[in-house]
Design a protein around this ligand. Structure first.
Ligand code: NAG
Ligand code: NAG
Ligand code: NAG
Ligand code: ZN
Length: 710
């Protein structure tokens, strides 16, 4: 919905919102739940081929299976899962124990995850069409199976009866047991048959409505036509990329890349306004009734499950807990940033007055004048800066920072199977004890047929088994860096550097996890918490110390970025950040409010909210953002706030423990032990409070913006 935030729309549009989606991943798409339950078995199919070379000591991760092997493995996974569930279901009621109810399910889940991921991730990455197809097919089969497990009344009954005995078990085990129960109850298993049918019906209706909403947006082909003069300010290459009509008008679609270009670069206020209006009106007639029904169905579903409204249902197991708390959080930040935003705005207003005279300033002018002001305030040539970030320097630099920060050692592993020739694998050790902590693969470069977003996938989760065996985490980082015609890696743009740091944060988070249950791995933690380690790591990208370490000029890599540029990047990070944050908060509030109150009038809400948050600026005339806000429909419904939430707490952690930007090994190891190691097995708020030795605060986030203001 933010005009410059188009990547999301495209991504969401293509994924299938209906399905569980097995690959446990994070990044652009966020993590989707995976609640498999299985037991420890020897898996045959992948082992028969002795010519496979896996990671040392890590038999269950096989990354280059053939199409047939994938489908066979999927069938094996399913039949073994059925057997374990059948066994648990048949435990006599007077013999229920942790060992025969919880343990088999927990160990199955731990063991099975790696096998499932090996079946499912090739869908995103295999260079072979038939393997990708088999992988998609395997995913569907396993998906359907898992759903059926979560609906097994016989197993639910056993688990529930065992849970009600209140046996004394470890806190982590208790937490796991609650998750098991919840998996069933989220599917309505503790409801009467009639209510369960209603839940099912509502779930289908919600799927159907959200698909329709997104489909309407995807199919929207509205476009605008402009004469060349009306597009003054846009680069020639952009204009050349547009279709032209017979009378030489340029055809502008309402795809976000077209819209963003006009809003940032077009010198004519009238054009910006026309585009902004058309963009904000997309699918108005079609989608607003769909959204209204969708919100109602979600509320109804939440009420059947025992919540006051959908937002409380969505937030129940998150750090934020309740909608009231989220709204308070957003409103607090919004009011703390207002004064700074007004100062930022006056700069933009002055600029507009100079360029266009006394015309009123509208939201549609924001991007353009922010860009103009940044050009004047910062002497940054991002094309030139890119020449300083060859992958071959950035990657070892990131490794070095993480090694020094978290007390780990990273070493490449060679002579093992991969799915594409340029994929690399690394082992991670604890530098104190030399103990192997985990592995990760890097699949860094874009190629035909490859999944087109950056993310981190868990290929195996940490787990401890009752026989004393343990299993270590294996992560996979997928990035989209470019190679030139000759197959050489193109140096990274600065935003790509930041992105790589971010994703690598997820790798570290996953690998440092030491939870006994695979369910509590680094990537399956509370989503309000999940981005915090990565966002924390992003801070290092703006420290001169780091920038010098990871940069080197293309023609002479001994020359790092100069001090001046490093310092400017740090200031630039926060330029107009109050206005930018307020814009995000506006939409987070909109999302939160429509899901926390019955029968909200969307138009009325945005009309009031917009000027209130955006320091008096009204919503663009005639638009109703409710019609084209896919984030609030699929994937982030009632949880849009989560990104800014974790950013705020990451800023707090950085400021209070790592403030000078140099890797602080002591604090880093504390973070590893107190926060990353327990992962999802403990309440995220508790982990942070224990690490910070106080409750987390929003102050650093505000201070950072205020301190760097002009
Ligand atoms: C079902 O379980 C949930 C969560 O444990 C609980 O809040 C709800 O009241 C239960 N519903 C019924 C009908 O027992
Ligand atoms: C993956 O396996 C196929 C055969 O199934 C083989 O042809 C290919 O070379 C392997 N890929 C890599 C990168 O090792
Ligand atoms: C944010 O502000 C705090 C307090 O002024 C400071 O310690 C911290 O280093 C700042 N963070 C960044 C990324 O500049
Ligand atoms: Zn992330």
């Amino acid at each position: 919905m933010r005009e410059n935030d188009g990547k999301n729309d495209e991504k969401i549009g293509k994924s299938n919102p209906k399905k569980l989606n097995l690959v446990t991943f994070t990044g652009a798409a966020g993590l989707l739940g995976l609640a498999v339950s299985f037991a420890v078995f020897a898996y045959k199919s992948h082992k028969q081929k002795s010519n496979k070379r896996g990671l040392p000591g890590c038999d269950s991760v096989c990354v280059n299976l053939s199409a047939k092997e994938i489908l066979d493995l999927a069938d094996e996974i399913i039949s073994k899962s059925i057997r374990v569930h059948d066994t648990v279901a048949l435990v006599p009621l007077n013999k229920l124990s942790y060992e025969n109810v919880v343990l088999p399910l927990a160990e199955l889940e731990a063991k099975q995850l790696s096998f499932i991921q090996c079946c499912v991730f090739p869908k995103m990455l295999s260079p072979y069409d038939n393997v990708r197809k088999a992988s998609a097919e395997a995913e569907q089969r396993i998906d359907a199976h898992i759903l059926s497990c979560r609906k097994r009344e016989d197993v639910y009954r056993i688990v529930k009866i065992y849970a009600s005995k209140g046996e004394s078990i470890s806190p982590e085990a208790k937490c796991y047991l609650q998750c098991l129960v919840r998996d069933f109850e989220d599917n309505g298993l503790n409801l009467t048959a009639r209510k369960r049918e209603e839940v099912e019906r509502l779930a289908n209706e919600i799927d159907e409505l959200s698909s329709r909403y997104v489909q309407n947006l995807n199919e929207d082909s509205s476009c605008l036509f402009f004469m060349e003069a009306e597009l003054d300010g846009l680069p020639v290459e952009f204009l050349q990329s547009l279709e032209r009509t017979q009378n030489k008008e340029f055809k502008l679609t309402l795809e976000s890349r077209h819209v963003a270009a006009v809003l940032e670069l077009c010198k004519l206020a009238k054009t910006r306004k026309t585009v902004s209006m058309a963009y904000g009106k997309r699918c108005g007639d079609a989608n607003i009734p769909v959204l209204r029904k969708l919100v109602q169905s979600r509320h109804r579903l939440a009420r059947i499950l025992g919540y006051a409204h959908f937002a409380d249902y969505a937030l129940d197991h998150r750090m934020s807990k309740t909608s009231a708390r989220v709204i308070r959080f957003l409103e607090d930040i919004s009011s703390s940033l207002t004064e700074l935003a007004i100062r930022e705005f006056s700069i933009l207003e002055d600029l507009k007055r100079k360029e266009e005279g006394e015309l009123p300033f509208g939201v549609e002018d924001l991007l353009y004048y922010i860009k103009r002001a940044e050009e004047m305030q910062f002497d940054l040539d991002f094309g030139d800066i890119r020449q300083y970030f060859p992958v071959s320097l950035v990657l070892p630099g990131i490794f070095k920072i993480c090694q020094d920060l978290f007390g780990i050692k990273i070493e490449e592993v060679t002579e093992i199977d991969v799915w594409y020739y340029d994929v690399q694998a690394f082992a991670v050790f604890d530098s104190g004890s030399g103990k192997l902590l985990g592995y990760f693969y890097l699949d860094m470069f874009a190629r035909e047929g490859k999944f087109s977003h950056s993310c981190v996938v868990a290929l195996q989760n940490n787990a401890l088994f009752s026989n004393g065996a343990c299993q270590i985490p294996v992560a996979l980082l997928i990035a989209q860096f470019a190679k030139d015609g000759g197959g050489e890696a193109v140096p990274l743009g600065f935003s790509e550097v930041v992105n790589l740091f971010h994703e690598f944060g997820h790798v570290v988070q996953h690998i440092c996890n030491r939870a006994s249950f695979a369910r509590f791995s680094g990537l399956r933690v509370d989503p309000d918490f999940r981005e915090i380690p990565s966002q924390l790591l992003e801070n290092w990208c703006y420290e001169s110390f780091t920038l010098k370490l990871i940069s080197g000029y293309r023609q002479d890599i001994t020359k790092p970025l100069v001090d001046e540029v490093c310092k400017t990047l740090k200031r630039w990070r926060y330029s107009f950040s109050a206005l930018k944050s307020l814009q995000e908060i506006l939409y987070c509030l909109f999302d939160q409010k429509i899901y926390s109150d019955n029968d909200v009038d969307f138009l009325q809400l945005i009309k009031i909210l917009h000027p209130k948050v955006m320091i008096g600026l009204p919503v663009v005339e005639g638009t109703n953002p409710a019609s084209c806000f896919p984030r609030a429909i699929i994937g982030s419904e009632a949880t849009c706030y989560s990104r800014i939430w974790s950013e705020v707490f990451a800023a707090d952690i950085f400021a209070s423990k790592f403030g000078d930007g140099h890797p602080n090994l002591y604090a880093g190891i504390q973070f590893r032990d107190k926060v990353l190691a327990p992962g999802g097995g403990k309440e995220a708020m508790e982990l942070l409070t224990s690490f910070l030795e106080r409750e987390p605060s929003t102050q650093a986030f505000i201070d950072n913006r205020t301190n760097y203001s002009l």
